[in-house]
Design a protein around this ligand. Structure first.
Ligand code: NAD
Length: 383
């Protein structure tokens, strides 16, 4: 996208540590934009109520006005939201993803110097995970053991389809569609081509779940062949372009730890993606430095990967880094690469100075601990 002078960004503050990471992090985003464009570009932040703040002010966790604004938006950011306790409540995050069809969860995993990583060669870690966000066992179609619904379903599966199934089982459904798989893989391949990335790896468990996970693999390759002829090449075949390969999920978990240099863009189903994104984030500093976006065809909703961290909320202990890096991702998404680059350089410089929040203090030798607000001020000063 071409730079525009002002971009409106809707934002949800979030629960728990949400308010404090915004307070520490947003000035960093504003300042980076100001510095990169000498004040010509600005972010116009428009708050939308949600979560506990939404409930307190409107009686709803996802107020109508918020949903209406998001329906017309292309850019938004959010802090973490608690799932309200009580019967009948779905996760607010899952609701937002489903209502706005944010089918791709994208998380970059990049190493910053100085972090004590549990892997031997963390400097080789530079991956972007594209996780399908709307299908798989997350569809929420589950029936409790012994319930009339489960009994009825099992009866049908046993009597009509000849399935071998214990009548006392809890049963869940794992829907994976050709269209759902293809649109996710398409986003991953488009990204790889645009960013000059060497490969896209389809991660699946198709050796066991042949029609669902195996389907994801097959439809991914099908899409690559049909829509990207000449731009991609299947591993082991002649030709040039982005290499498309696939790996079975369990082997992939081993490989990303042992041979991170072999993987760049990862495209995978919902549950695999959930596990692999957190495991990879642990190689490079954990949740405090893990940004992400949930993206559909219109709305891109940037958010830190972490939750509301209730045990440290309100104590000035949280790391605002994940929020700041999510903001940097957003700036890249709208083409403001110079501002994003300033932020990445500042994070690197700040970590090198070894004054960090508690989560990172444990991972950086010889570091001293600072609070959330002070860490934000250091990021600001180091821009
Ligand atoms: P969590 O991410 O809140 O916390 C996991 C651990 O990481 C805790 O030890 C926490 O203190 C630490 N941590 C998290 N973020 C940190 C940060 N920025 N700086 C320093 N330490 C940090 O996960 P959880 O405890 O499983 O979930 C708590 C609540 O958050 C739940 O209600 C859950 O539903 C919600 N949640 C929301 C989102 C979201 O909004 N996207 C994501 C995950 C969890």
């Amino acid at each position: 996208e071409d730079p525009l002078a002002t971009r409106t960004v809707y934002y949800i503050e979030g629960d728990g540590i949400g308010p404090e990471v915004w307070k520490a992090g947003r000035p960093v985003l504003n300042k980076a934009v100001e510095m990169a464009y000498n004040g010509a570009n600005t972010l116009d932040w428009q708050e939308l109520l949600a979560g506990e703040k939404g409930f307190a002010e409107t009686g709803e966790h996802l107020p109508k006005a918020t949903m209406e604004a998001l329906a017309g938006a292309d850019l938004a950011m959010k802090g973490p939201l608690n799932t309200p306790v009580g019967k009948g409540f779905r996760s607010l995050n899952v609701t937002l993803r489903q209502v706005f069809d944010l089918y791709a969860c994208i998380r970059p995993i990049k190493y910053f110097k100085g972090i004590e990583s549990p892997v031997k060669r963390p400097d080789l870690v530079d991956m972007v995970v594209f996780r399908e966000n709307t299908e798989d066992v997350y569809a929420g179609i589950e029936y409790q053991s012994g319930s009339p619904e489960a009994k009825k379903l099992i009866e049908f599966l046993v009597d009509e389809l000849g399935a071998n199934l214990d009548p006392t089982a809890s049963v869940g459904i794992k829907p994976i569609t050709p269209a759902g798989s293809k649109r996710l893989v398409k986003k991953a391949i488009d990204f790889a081509i645009a960013e000059g990335r060497p490969s896209v790896t389809l991660v699946h468990k198709g050796n066991i779940m042949k029609t669902t996970e195996g389907g994801f693999r097959a439809w991914g390759y099908e899409l690559a062949e049909q829509e990207y002829a000449g731009k991609v090449v299947r591993e082991g075949e002649d030709g040039s372009g982005v290499i498309i390969k696939d790996r079975i999920a369990d082997a992939m978990f081993q490989n990303v730890l042992m041979y991170p240099e072999q993987y760049s863009v990862i495209a995978t189903t919902n549950l695999n993606g959930d596990y692999i994104s957190d495991a990879l984030a642990a190689q490079v500093g954990g949740l405090g430095l893990a940004p992400g976006v949930n993206m559909g065809d219109k709305l891109a909703f940037f958010e830190p990967t972490h939750g509301t961290a209730p045990t440290i909320a309100g104590k000035d202990m949280a790391n605002p880094g994940s929020l700041v890096l999510s903001g940097a991702m957003m700036l890249e998404h709208i083409g403001w690469h110079e501002a994003a680059a300033l932020i990445h350089a500042s994070v690197e410089k700040t970590l090198a100075a070894k004054k960090v929040t508690v989560d990172l203090a444990a991972q950086i030798n010889g570091s001293t601990r600072v609070g959330c607000q002070e860490f934000g001020e250091l990021l600001l000063a180091n821009l």
